[in-house]
Design a protein around this ligand. Structure first.
Ligand code: GLC
Length: 733
């Protein structure tokens, strides 16, 4: 529809119709088997059902087409309903969770995943996905780190932009693409104490330097929607934060798309004590520029009266409604309310060999090898035992893969049997124990099994028999898929007691041990690491988990993943991140540490740092050389190293550029990631890797409260993780 026609439509709409365009209803309003990912509402008034502008949590082409037809027939102006869904890392083909995608250090992999997900979801009738999450995360106690690409703003920015492009393509009218929604604006990952929905206290410079950039990259990439976050930012709930939404998001970042609240976030301003009534909350949200109220009766129950009484002016309402209508128009819904969806298309494009191969490639690249001694990996022995709750577990998704079916996943056991069936390698499997201990609190239930001890004893003895038989054991351990995700904050980041017992008992057999960890967050793995010969993080690998993991542990592919988040020695270190400050009393690496910034009972550094990960080969990096050591504005320094594969096999390293600003009008982090490049080299091969350093890369939020660079000394580090000391000084003059 032409813009002028859209304006004409707006002018024809009644006040009630306009208000209801800003209302989103839970999917079960329209179909009882919709996924309800938040507090569901029942007893929704008929006029709201008839006029609401959008819904969420529904998928399935025929179901959606039926709902759409009935809805539009009843709507006075036949305006199409918009269907939204959380397609976070998979609709039918589930890719590694975003934290695993971050570990690939390959935005193209994230883009490809988003493309596959968009095609599958759009064929199923979905118009908008509530993804990508741009939240920077530094606290592993927060269960939603699983949905983020990690602790670094530069890496997150690249990943978020790539996913927006993958979801949206060049034109969201195209029926293989959907509109994307960058969330949760803003700084949800900074929740106090790692507890979900909590307050966030941030200085403006930390907010601007660390937490906002990845959202900005998503908006620059053209994201059509942004979602408000549940948290308060320095005492102001995001859904009522005019400064954050109008000054930062719309004016500074230039976002002109639709701003949707998170589920019930407008109403929850009452719980926060920020709004006295739901009417106040509605007014505050409208003033902040929140266009859509997700799943409460705030807008539907108060906005009409607020406008009629002049507490909210009609212009604000018209602006919001026009943004919603424009999104529907840009999706082509006025011409094709079904956006090309059909059951036949869904069957044709879902879980295809190509999408499975793309997912399998993503799994391979997401795996992070943290230790490999006694040549435990790749597996070379003739009798392998796969033991543990993940040895034959289909559920390798994150808890945010609601529209997929874990039965389509390939388990470790299935992949191993297939891989070794025509070889003289023998494989055996044993569960070893239940994944969880009794009374483990999960998202929607508490795990409890009456005869759990007997069950575990039985499973353990079977496992020990298999371990006795094997030459090498692959332990497949990890957290339950419901132990990370929304509202799953934890203060204990260890594996269950049953799994630790299994680990210890199997270890007594004295065989080589490779431990695979399935997790949505960093865990405390001190003991596991010390007593495993090899240790690999598999995150939540999704549909092709078994195949991707076997491709790597069998040696067909070398691992290349790098940690997107620091793994601590203990939970007491959280939040922990690599771009920390030196402090006035830095703890020396040797000698006395009294009266320095330290713990008495734990190192300051994480056990495994951001950017760390091994391959099956060995790499060296030369000293950094610079094209010159003085940089002026508008100029560029070339920083280069020679990387050499000194090992015996082809492998891929991730060469990382970090820069430290030695002095500033605000203290500066010890280093910040400014570039990365993946390099695949054959045994013995070398390559020169070059990074350009320009003045804009050195800008930060200075004491003048603007982003600018300051002259002075810097160090450029180039290496294979965030603790590299391979650096060289240069100066900005
Ligand atoms: C949830 C989540 C948000 C999700 C929304 C819709 O509460 O916070 O990430 O997109 O509701 O399901």
């Amino acid at each position: 529809m032409k813009k002028t026609d859209l304006k004409a439509l707006l002018d024809e709409m009644s006040l009630e119709e306009k208000v209801m365009q800003l209302v989103q209803l839970p999917g079960d309003t329209f179909g009882n088997d919709a996924a309800v990912t938040g507090l569901s509402n029942s007893g929704i008034p008929e006029n709201v059902k008839r006029l609401a502008g959008s819904t969420l949590g529904v998928w399935g082409a025929d179901k959606i087409k039926k709902i759409q037809k009935e809805y539009m027939d009843k709507h006075p102006h036949h305006i199409p309903l918009m269907f939204m869904l959380d397609v976070i890392h998979g609709h039918k083909t589930v890719f590694p969770c975003p934290l695993g995608l971050g570990a690939t250090f390959e935005p193209e992999v994230a883009e490809k995943g988003a493309e596959v997900q968009a095609k599958e979801a759009s064929a199923d009738g979905v118009h908008v996905t509530f993804s990508p999450m741009g939240d920077l995360v530094r606290d592993a106690r927060w269960g939603r780190v699983v949905e983020s690409t990690g602790e670094d703003k530069f890496l997150n920015g690249k990943m978020v932009a790539a996913m927006v492009k993958g979801y949206q393509g060049d034109d969201i009218k195209d029926s293989d693409h959907v509109a994307s929604c960058v969330k949760h604006f803003a700084a949800y990952g900074g929740a106090e104490a790692g507890r979900d929905y909590n307050n966030v206290e941030l200085s403006e410079h930390t907010l601007r330097e660390q937490y906002l950039p990845s959202y900005a990259e998503g908006i620059k990439a053209g994201a059509r929607m942004v979602m408000t976050s549940f948290n308060t930012l320095n005492g102001i709930p995001s859904s009522g934060n005019k400064w954050l939404m109008r000054d930062i998001l719309r004016k500074e970042m230039g976002f002109d798309g639709v701003l949707i609240s998170d589920w019930a976030a407008i109403a929850e301003m009452q719980n926060w004590g920020f709004a006295e009534t739901l009417k106040d909350a509605s007014r505050l949200a409208m003033e902040a520029g929140v266009d859509i109220d997700m799943c409460t009766e705030c807008y539907s129950g108060n906005l009409k009266e607020l406008v009629e009484s002049g507490q909210v002016n009609m212009e604000l309402l018209d602006e919001a409604v026009m943004r919603v209508l424009e999104l529907k128009n840009d999706l082509g819904l006025f011409e094709d309310p079904y956006h090309g969806a059909s059951e036949e298309k869904s069957r044709k494009v879902s879980l295809t060999p190509e999408s499975r191969e793309a997912a399998r490639d993503a799994v391979r690249k997401s795996l992070v090898l943290l230790k490999n001694k006694r040549e435990a990996l790749p597996l070379k022995v003739s009798k392998i035992a796969f033991i543990g709750p993940y040895a034959d577990e289909k559920e390798m998704r994150s808890s945010w893969a609601i529209s997929s079916d874990s039965s389509t996943a390939v388990t470790i056991k299935e992949a191993a049997q297939k891989r070794y069936e025509k070889s003289d390698v023998k494989v055996k499997f044993a569960k070893g124990c239940e994944m969880l201990d009794n009374n483990t609190e999960l998202g929607f239930f508490t795990f409890k099994k009456d005869d759990l001890d007997n069950e575990n004893n039985k499973l353990l003895s079977q496992a020990l028999e298999v371990a006795e038989w094997a030459d090498e054991v692959v332990l497949c351990l990890g957290e339950h898929f419901s132990q990370s995700g929304e509202s799953t904050s934890r203060v204990n980041l260890s594996l269950s007691d049953a799994q630790m017992r299994l680990f210890e008992e199997v270890r007594k057999k004295g065989k080589k041990i490779t431990t695979l960890i399935f997790t949505g967050r960093p865990l405390v793995l001190d003991d596991i690491e010390a007593k495993s010969d090899a240790l690999m993080i598999c995150f939540r690998p999704g549909t092709e988990g078994g195949n991707g993991i076997l491709d790597v542990i069998s040696g067909d592919y070398s691992p290349s993943g790098k940690l997107p988040m620091s793994f601590p020695y203990c939970v007491g270190q959280e939040p922990i991140h690599y771009d920390r400050y030196n402090t006035g009393r830095p703890k020396p690496t040797e000698g006395a540490t009294i009266f320095t910034s330290r713990y008495l009972d734990c190192p300051n550094e994480p056990k495994f740092c951001f950017g760390y990960g091994l391959t099956y080969s060995d790499f060296t990096v030369s000293a950094v050389s610079l094209s010159k050591d003085k940089l002026t504005k508008g100029d560029e320094i070339k920083a280069s190293v020679t990387v050499k594969n000194t090992g015996k096999v082809t492998a891929t390293e991730v060469v990382q550029l970090y820069i430290r600003d030695m002095f500033g009008s605000r203290v500066r982090p010890l280093r910040e990631l400014k570039g990365f490049e993946k390099v695949e080299l054959k045994a013995g091969e070398s390559k020169t890797v070059e990074f350009g350093i320009t003045e804009d890369m050195l800008r930060f939020f200075t004491i003048n409260n603007v982003f600018e660079s300051e002259k002075g000394k810097f160090i450029a580090f180039i290496g294979f993780d965030s603790e590299t000391d391979n650096g060289i000084e240069f100066e900005l003059v």
